[in-house]
Design a protein around this ligand. Structure first.
Ligand SMILES: Nc1ncnc2c1ncn2[C@@H]1O[C@H](COP(=O)(O)OP(=O)(O)O)[C@@H](O)[C@H]1O
Ligand SMILES: [Mg+2]
Length: 287
């Protein structure tokens, strides 16, 4: 393990994102500065609506910030033209969405190879060997000719992860990758992600509501109201994560109560709460 802090693989500098639906400015990200270390699993947590997905989209170059700069490695992606950004995203960035976003008419293999198709090229020998190895590792060998509708949710999510890893991206972003999965499939996905970090030096940033999932991370960044408010590092227990989230949720609720007439959203609270109830007692420490 190195002691010097390596150059960040992704970096936000004073990033704000303001949405302007019907002229009512909504600050989704509020002057965020954040460094993401390479070869680490970073989890992002926060109350519903706190800006987690916006943060991921801005980091991955899927959406542009209103102000501030975003770097992936040494490239300032906020300075790139749209076509340059698209090319960089295809080659250097992987993204796994909660809704797996597989193409239903393509087979598992075709879905995994889609990034190459979109980049208008064929994987070379080395890339083919890599793809074969991730397919094996993810246990998808026997499912390559199936279509997404013919495989389980866990297998669909593993296909989405294989697709995101296929181009060996510098960094992989995953927005609630275990959100639609049962506990066992979720653990399977997390085991694969941690393995990619430990054994292959993959850099991963993931959003999750589940303290058990976040406990796999090397670092957990908590955001509230569009800005990082605290973080945990190393030997992070699900119990401490759950408590931090409960505190943030309580603060968010209090703020909402104070702001009369603000619409409630909160579709995500239910699974999160049950996850805490299920896991907050008797959770184990990882690593
Ligand atoms: N495309 C959009 N247009 C308008 N408002 C948006 C858009 N995307 C997100 N928001 C708003 O920005 C805030 C942060 O959203 P989001 O990043 O999705 O939060 P989270 O992922 O933490 O639940 C929310 O208030 C949300 O309603
Ligand atoms: Mg979200």
């Amino acid at each position: 393990m190195t002691t010097a802090s390596p150059m960040p693989i992704a970096q936000l500098r004073d990033v704000s994102k303001i949405f302007d639906p019907d002229g009512a400015a909504l600050v989704a990200l509020n002057h965020v500065s954040l460094d993401i270390a390479p070869a680490r699993l970073t989890a992002v947590m926060g109350p519903s609506g706190s800006g987690k997905s916006t943060l991921m989209h801005v980091l991955a170059g899927l959406d542009r910030p209103s102000s501030g700069t975003v770097h992936i490695g040494e490239r300032e992606i906020t300075a790139l033209r749209e076509d340059e950004l698209t090319a960089l995203r295809r080659r250097r960035i992987g993204f796994v969405f909660q809704a797996f976003n597989l193409v239903p008419t393509l087979t598992v293999r075709e879905n995994i190879l889609l990034p190459f198709e979109l980049d208008d090229r064929k994987p070379n020998a080395e890339e083919r060997a890599w793809i074969t190895s991730i397919i094996k590792r993810l246990g998808l060998d026997a499912r390559l000719k199936h279509r997404p509708g013919e495989i389980s949710g866990g297998q669909q999510q593993r296909t989405a992860i294989a697709r995101a890893l296929a181009t060996r991206p510098d960094i992989l972003f995953a927005d609630e990758p275990t959100g639609n999965l049962d506990g066992r499939s979720g653990r399977e996905v997390m085991a694969i992600m941690s393995e990619a970090v430990r054994e292959l030096g993959q850099s991963i940033v993931l959003v999750t509501h589940d303290p058990i999932v976040a406990a796999y991370a090397d670092r957990v960044v908590f955001i509230a109201d569009g800005t990082p408010v605290s973080e945990l590092n190393d030997s992070i227990s699900a119990e401490v994560i759950a408590q931090t989230m409960l505190d943030l949720d309580a603060q968010a609720e209090a703020a909402e109560d104070a702001a009369a007439g603000v619409a409630q959203y909160d579709s995500e609270t239910a699974p999160y709460s049950s996850s805490v109830a299920q896991y907050a007692v008797g959770t184990r420490r990882r690593r």
